[in-house]
Ligand binder design. Structure first.
Ligand code: GLY
Length: 374
């Protein structure tokens, strides 16, 4: 069921972890006081961001935090998934040591999914853990990666292979930041939005279809409803299953084939674009198993198009993509934990998907040179 924003605070309570709030605010004005309220102690703050976000919000966020904290440090690492690695984490450790940050101090992750994952992992491991706050600045990180405490880095080309479940103390969503988001980044966020609706909420999916033009125009009230409902879905999933023993794996819908394409393309395509491709392939497999009708499959496939997301891919070797799906983390023993759609709004985890089915899904989205000549 689609809900309006009832209040600007959404508490998240994951068993075995500390509770925290997601705040929905316009602007960064309330960030400093919200961070200050986390602890009575005087503490140093270090903002960690990337070189893109630094240009947009670096000064504003630093100045805002300086109103409440005496010592605010700032470090930006080069933007991009290729920097989500241990080398970046090592540079951050060095910076924190040089500025004498300790366990009682606070890190602020200002940026998209890469910044959040890297900062969260740094927070989880530096001196065995210090507090961190997520300030997500992309649609993708606001609807997905900033909530639920998954932190980590890629390792020798394997996505998110090294990491920790480590919850933020606060997620501060400035709903105004989406205005400055490049179109390609916005599209990538929409891939995760559609994914969440497809696996968990058919009525939200229907609302997304009906709100297509308003979303495309980024109409502020529509975007707030979109954000709030995605956070509601994500919150429910991570509260039920914080460490991905079961239900949380549904959030990997589209990610098994998506991650394989991301790796094969050497990160030339963005994460959300690969997720869109993976969702189409997984919906096709669901259709082949007669879990979805042909019309439902086509509607899902076509829903990615108005959001400028790819539904076909060139220059890949389907057999190679199949092989790469096996090296993903979502493999238990020799079985891939594949997410299919039982119906629109209901994802299911299935370990019986065969290589032939996966290959058929990959071929469904693959456009070969022969196809192009025809
Ligand atoms: N982004 C997937 C998850 O949080 O589990």
């Amino acid at each position: 069921m689609v809900t309006e924003i009832k209040e600007n605070r959404m508490p998240v309570s994951c068993p075995g972890f500390q509770d925290y709030d997601i705040l929905f605010e316009s602007g960064f004005d309330k960030l400093a006081k919200s961070c200050r309220a986390l602890s009575e102690q005087e503490r140093k703050v270090c903002i960690i961001t990337d070189t893109n976000v630094e240009k947009l919000y670096g000064t504003a966020v630093k100045e805002a935090l300086e109103k409440e904290f005496k010592e605010v440090y700032f470090i930006a690492f080069p933007a991009g998934e290729s920097n989500k690695n241990l080398e970046t984490v090592q540079k951050l450790y060095t910076f924190l040591i040089e500025h004498k940050l300790g366990r009682k101090d606070l890190l602020v992750a200002l940026g998209g999914g890469v910044v959040g994952d890297v900062t969260g992992f740094t927070a989880a491991t530096y001196q065995r853990g210090l507090d961190f706050v997520q300030v997500p600045t992309t649609l993708l990180s606001q609807v997905d990666s900033s909530i639920g405490g998954k932190t980590g880095v890629d390792f020798t080309g394997y996505k998110n292979m090294v990491g920790a479940f480590y919850m933020p103390k606060l997620v501060y969503m400035n709903t105004d930041v989406l205005k400055t988001l490049p179109a390609r980044e916005f599209a990538c966020g929409m891939a995760e939005v559609l994914k969440e609706a497809l696996i968990k909420d058919g009525s939200f999916y229907g609302w997304l279809i009906n709100s297509l033009y308003e979303i495309d125009d980024q109409e502020p009230e529509t975007m707030k409803i979109l954000l709030y409902n995605c956070c509601r879905i994500k919150k429910q999933v991570v509260e039920n299953d914080p460490k991905e023993a079961g239900e949380r794996a549904l959030l990997n819908f589209g990610h098994t084939i998506g991650h394989a394409i991301e790796k094969a393309k050497d990160f030339e395509l963005l994460h959300g674009e690969c997720v869109a491709l993976g969702c189409v392939a997984a919906a096709f497999i669901s259709y082949q198993r007669q879990m979805l009708t042909f019309d439902e499959y086509y509607e899902i496939r076509d829903m990615f198009v108005p959001f400028n997301l790819p539904i076909t891919v060139r220059d890949i070797d389907p057999e190679n993509i199949l092989a790469l799906t096996k090296s993903d983390k979502k493999v238990e023993g020799s079985k891939i934990k594949f997410v299919l759609l039982k119906k629109i709004g209901k994802g299911v985890i299935d370990t019986s998907v065969t290589d032939e089915e996966i290959l058929a899904g990959i071929k469904e989205i693959y456009v070969s040179e022969d196809d192009l000549r025809e």
